[in-house]
Design a protein around this ligand. Structure first.
Ligand SMILES: Cc1cc2nc3c(=O)[nH]c(=O)nc-3n(C[C@H](O)[C@H](O)[C@H](O)COP(=O)(O)OP(=O)(O)OC[C@H]3O[C@@H](n4cnc5c(N)ncnc54)[C@H](O)[C@@H]3O)c2cc1C
Length: 225
């Protein structure tokens, strides 16, 4: 953890300094689009020919009893010590990556997944190999199971699923997907309709350069004029 902070902590100030040297102005604050060429940050407004939206994503959260015991990937990566028993909700890329770390460190790892397979959308042959390797390392997969509650117990935490499966654990990591940070950006004022977890773009947007923010591709219409 000390090493992590040694490496990561200087990055932001170093980048800010580099940007300044390159003539890039960093403005800190919540940005809201006022119109197609104006953005407001605090009490100040700035104009530009084009804007790039790079507001990223945040972890999706489960609204279940005991949700306060669910940690996200950021909290996991800030743990001073790896807990002995870890349960991951979801078998996506984040859970599989972190489960591999925990299993390699000899921890008791469970992965609870709603669907019948891990890593949806990835090559099934490779997924099967990875799953077999993790199973060999002691990771216990529970497919077709939806977590319905987490309760504090004398032994730690008890994760319960809809089918009645219970898992005793010390730490729960929720990795059930990520949602786009598209609220309060002023997109509606520009005629850009928002949908859950995606950013559908209308003809108001002349070009799309995608980073991580998910978009509903079927609704994208480019206006090349
Ligand atoms: C655990 C984990 C592991 C990952 N591993 C990998 C990997 O190995 N390889 C890989 O390629 N990718 C990986 N990713 C994905 C990668 O982190 C993202 O794709 C990348 O961070 C997306 O960059 P971004 O600039 O679009 O968004 P972000 O990095 O999320 O940055 C968005 C920024 O916008 C700011 N912001 C939001 N709203 C506003 C607003 N209204 N006004 C002003 N600022 C705002 C936020 O504060 C944030 O600083 C991983 C992600 C996670 C969570």
């Amino acid at each position: 953890m000390t090493y992590k902070h040694q490496v990561i902590d200087p990055l932001a100030p170093t980048m800010t300094q580099l940007f300044t040297q390159m003539g890039i102005t960093m403005i800190t604050g919540d940005a809201t689009l006022v119109d197609a060429h104006t953005v407001k940050v605090g009490g100040d407004t700035y104009t530009a020919d084009n804007f790039v939206l790079g507001t990223g994503q945040r972890p999706a959260t489960l609204d279940i009893p005991g949700k306060e015991y669910i940690h996200d990937s950021r909290a996991f990566l800030d743990l001073p010590d790896m807990p002995q028993r870890i349960t991951f909700i979801g078998a996506g890329i984040i859970a599989m990556e972190f489960a591999a770390m925990a299993a390699t460190m000899g921890r008791d790892v469970h992965i609870v997944e709603f669907s019948d397979h891990a890593l949806n959308g990835f090559n099934p042959d490779y997924v099967a190999k990875l799953q077999a390797k993790l199973t060999q390392q002691g990771v216990q997969f529970h497919f077709g199971e939806a977590v319905t509650s987490i309760a504090h117990s004398q032994q730690g935490l008890t994760v319960t699923t809809k089918s009645g499966l219970t898992i005793e654990t010390d730490y729960v990591l929720g990795a059930t997907g990520r949602v786009a940070n598209v609220e309060n950006l002023g997109l509606e004022q520009l005629g850009i309709e928002l949908r859950a977890a995606a950013l559908p773009l209308t003809t108001t947007c002349r070009r799309l350069y995608r980073t991580s923010t998910p978009v509903a591709t079927s609704s994208i219409k480019y206006n090349q004029s």
